[in-house]
Design a protein around this ligand. Structure first.
Ligand code: IPD
Ligand code: CA
Ligand code: CA
Length: 297
Protein backbone atom coordinates (compact mmCIF):
# COMPACT_ATOMS: atom_id res chain seq x y z
CA UNK A 1 0.00 0.00 0.00
CA UNK A 2 1.42 3.41 -0.92
CA UNK A 3 1.16 6.55 1.27
CA UNK A 4 -1.66 8.24 -0.68
CA UNK A 5 -3.81 5.09 -0.39
CA UNK A 6 -3.15 5.01 3.38
CA UNK A 7 -4.33 8.63 3.77
CA UNK A 8 -7.52 8.15 1.77
CA UNK A 9 -8.23 4.89 3.60
CA UNK A 10 -8.91 6.74 6.82
CA UNK A 11 -10.40 9.99 5.50
CA UNK A 12 -13.13 10.85 8.05
CA UNK A 13 -15.54 12.30 5.50
CA UNK A 14 -15.36 9.21 3.30
CA UNK A 15 -15.74 6.90 6.30
CA UNK A 16 -18.76 8.90 7.47
CA UNK A 17 -20.42 8.41 4.10
CA UNK A 18 -19.90 4.65 4.36
CA UNK A 19 -21.17 4.59 7.96
CA UNK A 20 -24.30 6.49 6.89
CA UNK A 21 -24.94 4.18 3.94
CA UNK A 22 -24.72 0.93 5.88
CA UNK A 23 -26.51 2.25 9.00
CA UNK A 24 -29.47 3.45 6.91
CA UNK A 25 -29.67 0.12 5.08
CA UNK A 26 -29.58 -1.82 8.35
CA UNK A 27 -32.16 0.48 9.95
CA UNK A 28 -34.54 -0.11 7.03
CA UNK A 29 -34.10 -3.86 7.53
CA UNK A 30 -34.69 -3.61 11.31
CA UNK A 31 -37.82 -1.50 10.73
CA UNK A 32 -39.22 -4.05 8.31
CA UNK A 33 -38.38 -6.99 10.57
CA UNK A 34 -40.05 -5.41 13.62
CA UNK A 35 -43.30 -5.31 11.70
CA UNK A 36 -42.85 -8.88 10.42
CA UNK A 37 -41.83 -10.37 13.76
CA UNK A 38 -44.09 -8.51 16.16
CA UNK A 39 -46.68 -6.59 14.11
CA UNK A 40 -46.23 -2.95 13.18
CA UNK A 41 -47.95 -1.27 16.09
CA UNK A 42 -48.45 -4.03 18.60
CA UNK A 43 -46.16 -4.29 21.63
CA UNK A 44 -44.85 -7.82 22.11
CA UNK A 45 -43.50 -8.02 25.65
CA UNK A 46 -40.31 -9.75 26.62
CA UNK A 47 -40.99 -13.31 25.51
CA UNK A 48 -41.55 -15.01 22.22
CA UNK A 49 -40.02 -17.26 19.61
CA UNK A 50 -37.93 -14.45 18.12
CA UNK A 51 -36.21 -13.52 21.38
CA UNK A 52 -33.32 -15.32 23.08
CA UNK A 53 -31.11 -14.18 25.94
CA UNK A 54 -27.38 -13.52 26.26
CA UNK A 55 -25.40 -12.39 29.33
CA UNK A 56 -28.38 -12.65 31.72
CA UNK A 57 -32.07 -13.54 31.49
CA UNK A 58 -32.86 -9.83 31.03
CA UNK A 59 -30.38 -9.34 28.14
CA UNK A 60 -32.29 -10.12 24.93
CA UNK A 61 -31.08 -10.79 21.42
CA UNK A 62 -33.45 -11.23 18.49
CA UNK A 63 -33.08 -12.60 15.01
CA UNK A 64 -33.22 -8.97 13.84
CA UNK A 65 -30.06 -8.15 15.84
CA UNK A 66 -28.21 -11.00 14.11
CA UNK A 67 -29.56 -10.15 10.66
CA UNK A 68 -28.70 -6.45 11.08
CA UNK A 69 -25.13 -7.25 12.05
CA UNK A 70 -24.77 -9.76 9.17
CA UNK A 71 -26.08 -7.14 6.72
CA UNK A 72 -23.70 -4.46 8.01
CA UNK A 73 -20.71 -6.77 8.00
CA UNK A 74 -21.41 -7.98 4.50
CA UNK A 75 -21.94 -4.46 3.11
CA UNK A 76 -18.74 -3.25 4.78
CA UNK A 77 -16.99 -6.24 3.23
CA UNK A 78 -18.11 -4.92 -0.20
CA UNK A 79 -17.46 -1.22 0.43
CA UNK A 80 -14.35 -1.48 2.64
CA UNK A 81 -12.88 -4.96 2.06
CA UNK A 82 -9.58 -4.41 3.86
CA UNK A 83 -10.96 -3.04 7.12
CA UNK A 84 -11.35 -4.71 10.50
CA UNK A 85 -14.66 -5.33 12.24
CA UNK A 86 -15.97 -5.51 15.80
CA UNK A 87 -19.66 -6.23 16.27
CA UNK A 88 -21.69 -6.89 19.40
CA UNK A 89 -23.18 -10.16 18.14
CA UNK A 90 -20.27 -11.67 16.21
CA UNK A 91 -17.24 -10.19 17.94
CA UNK A 92 -14.02 -9.12 16.29
CA UNK A 93 -13.33 -10.56 12.89
CA UNK A 94 -13.20 -9.80 9.24
CA UNK A 95 -11.90 -10.73 6.02
CA UNK A 96 -9.42 -9.07 8.43
CA UNK A 97 -6.65 -10.16 10.71
CA UNK A 98 -6.58 -10.99 14.39
CA UNK A 99 -8.56 -8.86 16.81
CA UNK A 100 -10.75 -7.33 14.14
CA UNK A 101 -7.79 -5.49 12.61
CA UNK A 102 -7.66 -5.59 8.84
CA UNK A 103 -5.20 -4.66 6.14
CA UNK A 104 -6.02 -0.98 6.61
CA UNK A 105 -5.86 0.89 9.92
CA UNK A 106 -9.66 1.21 10.06
CA UNK A 107 -11.86 -0.90 12.33
CA UNK A 108 -15.67 -0.75 12.14
CA UNK A 109 -17.46 -0.97 15.48
CA UNK A 110 -21.11 -1.93 15.22
CA UNK A 111 -24.16 -2.21 17.48
CA UNK A 112 -26.74 -3.78 15.14
CA UNK A 113 -29.64 -2.79 17.43
CA UNK A 114 -28.95 -0.57 20.43
CA UNK A 115 -32.01 -0.67 22.65
CA UNK A 116 -33.08 -4.25 21.96
CA UNK A 117 -35.39 -4.29 25.00
CA UNK A 118 -37.25 -1.31 23.51
CA UNK A 119 -37.29 -3.06 20.12
CA UNK A 120 -38.89 -6.14 21.67
CA UNK A 121 -41.49 -4.20 23.66
CA UNK A 122 -42.32 -1.78 20.84
CA UNK A 123 -41.00 1.34 22.59
CA UNK A 124 -39.78 3.63 19.76
CA UNK A 125 -36.23 4.15 21.02
CA UNK A 126 -33.81 1.76 19.33
CA UNK A 127 -31.02 2.44 16.88
CA UNK A 128 -28.38 1.08 14.55
CA UNK A 129 -24.89 2.34 15.41
CA UNK A 130 -21.89 2.16 13.06
CA UNK A 131 -18.50 3.74 13.76
CA UNK A 132 -15.10 3.74 12.08
CA UNK A 133 -12.13 3.79 14.42
CA UNK A 134 -8.45 4.35 13.71
CA UNK A 135 -6.04 3.23 16.43
CA UNK A 136 -9.00 2.80 18.75
CA UNK A 137 -10.27 6.37 18.21
CA UNK A 138 -13.59 7.01 16.49
CA UNK A 139 -13.16 9.15 13.36
CA UNK A 140 -16.62 8.72 11.81
CA UNK A 141 -19.96 7.42 12.93
CA UNK A 142 -23.66 7.14 12.19
CA UNK A 143 -26.60 6.37 14.48
CA UNK A 144 -30.05 5.82 12.97
CA UNK A 145 -33.10 6.11 15.21
CA UNK A 146 -35.05 3.32 13.54
CA UNK A 147 -38.57 4.35 14.54
CA UNK A 148 -38.27 8.07 13.69
CA UNK A 149 -35.84 7.67 10.78
CA UNK A 150 -33.57 10.38 12.19
CA UNK A 151 -29.96 9.93 11.06
CA UNK A 152 -27.23 11.31 13.33
CA UNK A 153 -23.70 11.36 11.96
CA UNK A 154 -20.30 12.90 12.55
CA UNK A 155 -16.74 12.92 11.28
CA UNK A 156 -13.74 13.94 13.34
CA UNK A 157 -13.20 17.69 13.01
CA UNK A 158 -16.14 18.10 10.64
CA UNK A 159 -19.05 18.46 13.06
CA UNK A 160 -22.21 16.48 13.71
CA UNK A 161 -25.59 16.65 11.98
CA UNK A 162 -29.06 15.17 12.18
CA UNK A 163 -30.94 14.44 8.98
CA UNK A 164 -34.62 13.76 9.59
CA UNK A 165 -36.82 11.38 7.63
CA UNK A 166 -37.82 14.26 5.27
CA UNK A 167 -34.16 15.07 4.56
CA UNK A 168 -33.96 18.28 6.64
CA UNK A 169 -30.43 18.68 8.03
CA UNK A 170 -29.63 20.26 11.41
CA UNK A 171 -26.18 21.02 12.77
CA UNK A 172 -25.98 19.50 16.24
CA UNK A 173 -24.96 21.54 19.27
CA UNK A 174 -25.07 20.78 23.00
CA UNK A 175 -27.17 22.96 25.27
CA UNK A 176 -25.65 26.12 26.80
CA UNK A 177 -26.60 24.97 30.34
CA UNK A 178 -24.15 26.20 32.99
CA UNK A 179 -25.77 25.00 36.25
CA UNK A 180 -25.71 21.28 36.99
CA UNK A 181 -28.76 21.69 39.20
CA UNK A 182 -30.69 22.54 36.02
CA UNK A 183 -29.19 19.74 33.92
CA UNK A 184 -31.29 16.86 32.57
CA UNK A 185 -29.11 13.73 32.80
CA UNK A 186 -29.59 10.48 30.87
CA UNK A 187 -28.23 7.22 32.18
CA UNK A 188 -28.62 3.47 31.79
CA UNK A 189 -28.27 0.28 33.79
CA UNK A 190 -26.37 -2.94 33.25
CA UNK A 191 -27.95 -6.33 32.57
CA UNK A 192 -26.01 -7.59 35.63
CA UNK A 193 -28.14 -7.49 38.81
CA UNK A 194 -25.04 -6.93 40.98
CA UNK A 195 -23.92 -3.95 38.93
CA UNK A 196 -27.36 -2.40 38.67
CA UNK A 197 -27.85 -2.59 42.45
CA UNK A 198 -24.84 -0.26 42.80
CA UNK A 199 -25.97 1.85 39.84
CA UNK A 200 -29.32 2.31 41.58
CA UNK A 201 -27.64 3.60 44.74
CA UNK A 202 -25.49 5.99 42.70
CA UNK A 203 -28.39 7.41 40.71
CA UNK A 204 -30.27 8.00 43.99
CA UNK A 205 -27.31 10.13 45.14
CA UNK A 206 -27.21 12.05 41.87
CA UNK A 207 -30.94 12.70 41.51
CA UNK A 208 -31.18 15.54 44.09
CA UNK A 209 -28.17 17.26 42.47
CA UNK A 210 -29.65 17.60 38.93
CA UNK A 211 -32.90 18.67 37.26
CA UNK A 212 -34.00 15.08 36.62
CA UNK A 213 -32.91 11.70 35.25
CA UNK A 214 -33.92 9.97 31.98
CA UNK A 215 -33.50 6.23 31.29
CA UNK A 216 -34.37 5.94 27.61
CA UNK A 217 -32.88 2.47 27.06
CA UNK A 218 -30.47 3.04 24.18
CA UNK A 219 -27.03 4.46 24.97
CA UNK A 220 -26.36 5.47 21.36
CA UNK A 221 -29.52 7.57 21.39
CA UNK A 222 -28.66 9.00 24.84
CA UNK A 223 -25.42 10.30 23.30
CA UNK A 224 -27.22 11.71 20.26
CA UNK A 225 -29.59 13.46 22.68
CA UNK A 226 -26.59 15.10 24.37
CA UNK A 227 -25.54 16.23 20.89
CA UNK A 228 -28.96 17.58 19.94
CA UNK A 229 -29.64 19.24 23.31
CA UNK A 230 -32.52 16.95 24.29
CA UNK A 231 -30.54 16.15 27.45
CA UNK A 232 -27.57 17.97 28.98
CA UNK A 233 -25.43 14.99 29.97
CA UNK A 234 -25.19 11.22 29.95
CA UNK A 235 -23.31 8.66 32.04
CA UNK A 236 -23.29 4.90 32.41
CA UNK A 237 -20.97 2.28 33.90
CA UNK A 238 -20.02 -0.82 31.93
CA UNK A 239 -20.86 0.20 28.39
CA UNK A 240 -19.09 -1.59 25.55
CA UNK A 241 -17.36 0.10 22.61
CA UNK A 242 -20.24 -0.70 20.24
CA UNK A 243 -22.64 1.20 22.53
CA UNK A 244 -20.68 4.46 22.33
CA UNK A 245 -18.24 4.32 19.39
CA UNK A 246 -20.49 6.36 17.09
CA UNK A 247 -22.57 8.27 19.65
CA UNK A 248 -19.61 9.58 21.63
CA UNK A 249 -18.07 11.07 18.48
CA UNK A 250 -21.41 12.65 17.56
CA UNK A 251 -21.69 14.16 21.05
CA UNK A 252 -18.09 15.33 21.00
CA UNK A 253 -18.43 16.94 17.57
CA UNK A 254 -21.52 18.75 18.91
CA UNK A 255 -19.38 20.28 21.64
CA UNK A 256 -19.79 17.78 24.49
CA UNK A 257 -16.92 16.89 26.77
CA UNK A 258 -16.62 13.13 26.59
CA UNK A 259 -14.83 10.68 28.86
CA UNK A 260 -14.47 7.15 27.49
CA UNK A 261 -13.73 3.81 29.14
CA UNK A 262 -10.38 2.26 28.22
CA UNK A 263 -11.78 -1.15 27.35
CA UNK A 264 -14.87 -3.34 27.39
CA UNK A 265 -17.89 -3.22 29.67
CA UNK A 266 -16.66 -6.03 31.94
CA UNK A 267 -14.36 -3.49 33.57
CA UNK A 268 -17.37 -1.44 34.75
CA UNK A 269 -15.73 1.90 33.96
CA UNK A 270 -17.89 4.99 33.62
CA UNK A 271 -18.43 6.84 30.36
CA UNK A 272 -19.66 10.41 30.44
CA UNK A 273 -20.69 13.02 27.91
CA UNK A 274 -21.72 16.45 29.10
CA UNK A 275 -22.48 19.90 27.73
CA UNK A 276 -19.32 21.98 28.22
CA UNK A 277 -20.92 24.41 30.68
CA UNK A 278 -21.60 21.64 33.23
CA UNK A 279 -18.90 19.08 32.39
CA UNK A 280 -16.48 20.00 35.21
CA UNK A 281 -19.22 20.25 37.82
CA UNK A 282 -20.71 16.96 36.61
CA UNK A 283 -17.33 15.21 36.91
CA UNK A 284 -16.83 16.65 40.40
CA UNK A 285 -20.26 15.52 41.61
CA UNK A 286 -19.81 12.04 40.13
CA UNK A 287 -16.48 11.77 41.98
CA UNK A 288 -18.06 13.06 45.20
CA UNK A 289 -20.83 10.42 45.18
CA UNK A 290 -18.37 7.60 44.34
CA UNK A 291 -19.46 7.17 40.72
CA UNK A 292 -16.07 7.87 39.14
CA UNK A 293 -14.75 4.44 40.16
CA UNK A 294 -15.57 1.30 38.16
CA UNK A 295 -18.73 -0.57 39.21
CA UNK A 296 -18.14 -4.33 39.42
CA UNK A 297 -20.59 -6.80 37.82
C1 IPD B 1 -28.02 -1.50 25.97
C2 IPD B 1 -28.61 -0.13 25.87
C3 IPD B 1 -28.98 0.38 27.23
C4 IPD B 1 -27.80 0.39 28.18
C5 IPD B 1 -27.21 -1.00 28.27
C6 IPD B 1 -26.81 -1.47 26.87
P1 IPD B 1 -28.37 -3.18 23.89
O1 IPD B 1 -27.60 -1.94 24.70
O2 IPD B 1 -27.71 0.77 25.27
O3 IPD B 1 -29.47 1.70 27.19
O4 IPD B 1 -28.22 0.80 29.45
O5 IPD B 1 -26.08 -0.97 29.10
O6 IPD B 1 -26.25 -2.77 26.95
O7 IPD B 1 -28.19 -4.41 24.70
O8 IPD B 1 -29.78 -2.79 23.74
O9 IPD B 1 -27.59 -3.19 22.60
CA1 CA C 1 -25.98 -1.51 22.91
CA1 CA D 1 -27.21 -4.32 20.77
Amino acid sequence: MNDSRAVSDSDPAALRAVAVTVALEAAAHVRRRRAELFGSDRPSGGEGHSVQTKSTDTDPVTIADTESEDLIRSRLGQLRPGDGFLGEESGASHGAGEGGVGETTVQWVVDPIDGTVNFVYGIPAYAVSVAARVDGVSVAGAVVDVASGDLYSAAAGLGATCTDADGAVTNLRCTPVSDLGLALVATGFSYSAERRAIQGRLVAELLPRVRDIRRVGAAALDLCMVASGRVDAHYEHGLNPWDWAAGALIASEAGAEVRLPAGFGDDGEIMTAAAPGVADEFAAVLAEIGAAAPVPA
